[in-house]
Design a protein around this ligand. Structure first.
Ligand SMILES: NC(=O)c1ccc[n+]([C@@H]2O[C@H](COP(=O)([O-])OP(=O)(O)OC[C@H]3O[C@@H](n4cnc5c(N)ncnc54)[C@H](O)[C@@H]3O)[C@@H](O)[C@H]2O)c1
Length: 354
């Protein structure tokens, strides 16, 4: 690995440490706002993207996924897993990395960590959707599931929607205590709750962020109040849901990419013709978002490749702005591009010289 100006064949590299440095130097609120702007720009040019549902490889303990997308200039993909049992083995449930490439040549231009960035982009996507779907006077959010993603969601809703109070519930009391600790200086009022029912009491927005490879019912109709916005993030894989069918039936449901959400989202429980609206239609004013105060809205989030495309280009811009010019040598540099063989000869000669 070199630390120099990127050469044309070199791939820019954002490590975990670089991503942390970007967030520390620019500030989390700034990063969340910038990521939300990048997402909005890309969602608004939806037809320009070549889109596919992600490719998933399921096993007994989790899923490993590839998430590709391209516009006419850049191609990107994310490698990501979801293993709810991982935390017991000392690993995060979700781990990711991503690549951005030049469409004209196929040259990889950026390789980046995406574990931290996934939390940022998921929170930013949730906030973007809620700006269009939640009641504008929303002040209180319930956060069910207080693991890795939780603080990012809480802070995105604080900075971008003006949420003042977060009511926390997790079956693991240590996870709740961790979020209370991490948000202590955030300006958010945090309330430690002993059940989902207690957490959602008086909440304008409910975010579900649990990890369990199961058809769970975290939120049922009895807990849903008129006017609530439900940001359902944890149900993102076949056989893994958080809302009851009844909640879906009572709500207007919004999705990222319908073809993918029908397989992976809360939507997997519903009939094939259950009506949904893709978020980009709302953002481009081709479909209404919230139409009245008492309407119940659900953002059935599963995470779509476009969001990682936006995250990668945002982080690349930040790294360049801060002069973080770390690169990796992944693609050979050849005097004659047809003479790949010369590469091993050159290395053999270099080896024998030493
Ligand atoms: N939609 C998206 O774009 C997106 C992006 C990232 C993660 N996710 C999903 O979000 C979920 C959370 O991710 P994470 O990285 O924070 O996972 P995590 O494992 O760090 O945290 C999950 C938390 O949920 C809690 N939990 C499990 N069952 C519960 C229940 N019945 N009630 C209350 N709490 C419960 C666990 O104790 C744990 O603290 C995962 O399912 C993940 O796959 C979705």
């Amino acid at each position: 690995m070199k630390s120099s100006q990127p050469h044309s064949h070199q791939t820019a590299y954002i490590s975990v440490e670089d991503a942390c440095l970007i967030v520390q130097r620019l500030g989390l609120a700034h990063c969340l706002a910038g990521m939300t702007r990048a997402l909005e720009e890309d969602f608004k040019r939806w037809p320009e993207f070549d889109k596919t549902a992600r490719v998933a490889s399921h096993s007994a303990r989790g899923v490993i996924e590839l998430m590709p997308i391209a516009d006419s200039h850049h191609y990107s993909f994310k490698y990501v897993n979801g293993h709810p049992g991982n935390t017991q083995a000392g690993l995060p449930t979700v781990m990711a990395l991503g690549l951005l490439a030049d469409v004209d040549t196929g040259l990889p231009v950026l390789l980046s960590e995406l574990t931290l960035c996934t939390a940022l982009r998921t929170a930013a996507t949730s906030a973007l959707a809620a700006q269009a779907l939640a009641r504008p006077d929303s002040q209180v959010m319930a956060l069910i599931g207080n693991g890795s993603q939780a603080e990012f969601q809480a802070l995105a809703f604080h900075h971008l929607l003006g949420i003042q109070e977060v009511r926390l519930f997790d079956v693991d009391p240590d996870a709740r205590a961790k979020v209370m600790r991490n948000l202590a200086d955030s300006g958010l009022h945090t309330v430690d709750c002993s059940s989902t029912a207690q957490a959602v009491q008086g909440a304008d927005i409910v975010t579900t962020l649990t990890a369990d490879k199961a058809r769970a019912i975290i939120l049922d109709t009895d807990l849903v109040q008129p006017g609530m916005h439900i940001n359902a993030v944890g149900g993102d894989c076949p056989g893994k849901t958080e809302l009851s069918k009844g909640v879906m039936q009572r709500a207007s449901v919004f999705v990222e990419f319908e073809a993918q959400t029908r397989i992976e989202g809360e939507l997997q429980q519903m009939p094939a013709d259950f009506p949904v609206t893709e978020l980009w239609h709302v953002l481009t004013a081709q479909a209404p978002g919230r139409t009245h105060r008492d309407q119940i809205t659900v953002f059935d989030s599963v995470g779509f490749a476009l969001e990682d495309f936006s995250a990668l280009r945002f982080m690349r811009d930040c790294a360049q702005r801060l002069g973080l010019n770390r690169t990796l040598s992944l693609i050979p540099e050849l005097n004659d591009p047809k003479d790949l063989f010369s590469l091993i000869r050159t290395h053999e000669e270099a080896l024998s010289a030493t």
